[in-house]
Design a protein around this ligand. Structure first.
Ligand code: SF4
Length: 320
């Protein structure tokens, strides 16, 4: 493997579908069990009110209209021909099954789709919803994956950021998704204030051990008016330096299964009320810093992927 290599999503899509494929985001009015009182109030400490749908069209626009408008944009700008519907904001399986079915059915009627991606929380993955998605795959021949926010494998940190679930729910969700033969994409934040380098390594190792197919990385952003924003303004939490963050991403990639696909190496923060995002740099400059570091230091994805399949006994000779 060449220094600097990591398994890029755009290249993976071209290999898989024979051409470039674009994601069409869908933004639905919704909430999250961690905000409406079912599991907790106020949500994750970094969550702003938009449930991570800040790059989408307003959620008052119908699903079909959002998809057609986004499709037109990608067709005009990039001459796009194939698309994945992406239910992005909030928790898209946290609604009654009938409503979920109606949403999915409205979306998959759009022409030129090759896939469907549904973003949700680990504690909102249920067999009945996955059974319905299996029917959709059968009927429309779509490639389907489920995106799960995990953020970190450190369950103490999960508690501190008020996620409302622990690591066990994530593992249960991944196993259910696998049972239905869908792919999983896990979201991680590698610079949560309470996590250290060992957590970064364990993030990579757990995802690899579970055979997860995709990962999205996001550096922590801080929005005014959130619990994290208040902590940040009072000086109760700090953010590691960009140099330290680059080290963490490099370490993560080293430990990661080389077959796992990196859907995103660096995320964008929302545009308004930001107290901190990407060290004041554009996301692509952060990405460049990471890629330069990898090349300069001979690092590539999977460099230290040597810990599965009974590492301690793997090299022992067989008894005669
Ligand atoms: S799970 Fe997502 S939408 Fe729900 S509180 Fe956390 S960040 Fe916000």
């Amino acid at each position: 493997m060449k220094p600097g290599y990591y398994n890029r999503y755009s290249e993976h899509l071209v290999k898989k579908f024979g051409q470039k494929v674009y994601k069409l985001p869908v933004n639905l009015p919704g909430t999250c069990p961690n905000r409406d009182g079912r599991l907790g109030m106020g949500g994750c400490i970094f969550c702003d009110n938009q449930g991570s749908g800040f790059d989408c069209l307003p959620n008052t626009v119908s699903i079909r209209e959002q998809l057609e408008a986004n499709k037109l944009f990608f067709c005009k700008r990039f001459n796009a021909r194939k698309f994945i519907v992406y239910f992005q904001a909030y928790t898209n399986t946290y609604l009654q099954l009938d409503r979920f079915k109606a949403n999915i059915s409205e979306a998959v009627g759009v022409d030129d789709l090759v896939g469907l991606s549904v973003s949700t929380r680990p504690d909102c993955v249920n067999d009945r919803y996955l059974d319905f998605l299996s029917e959709i795959r059968e009927r429309y021949g779509l490639d389907i994956n489920i995106e799960l926010g995990l953020q970190t494998v450190n369950y103490h940190t999960l508690h501190r950021i008020n996620r409302g679930h622990t690591l066990a729910e994530f593992i249960d969700a991944v196993l259910r998704i696998k049972k239905h033969d869908f792919a999983t994409c896990a979201h991680l934040i590698l610079n949560l204030p309470w996590d250290v380098m060992d957590d970064v390594r364990e993030n990579a190792k757990l995802l690899s051990a579970l055979g997860i197919e995709y990962v999205k990385l996001h550096s922590l952003y801080v929005v005014r008016g959130t619990v994290l924003g208040d902590m940040y303004e009072k000086g109760e939490v700090g953010i590691i330096s960009l140099d330290d963050y680059v080290l963490r991403v490099a370490e993560f990639l080293k430990c990661l299964d080389p077959d796992m696909v990196i859907q995103r190496l660096v995320g964008k923060g929302p545009r308004a009320d930001l107290l901190f995002s990407n060290w004041g740099l554009s996301w692509w400059l952060v990405k460049q810093r990471i890629e330069d570091y990898l090349v300069k230091n001979g690092i590539y994805q999977g460099l230290q992927f040597d810990y599965l399949d009974g590492k301690a006994v793997r090299f022992l000779p067989d008894a005669d």
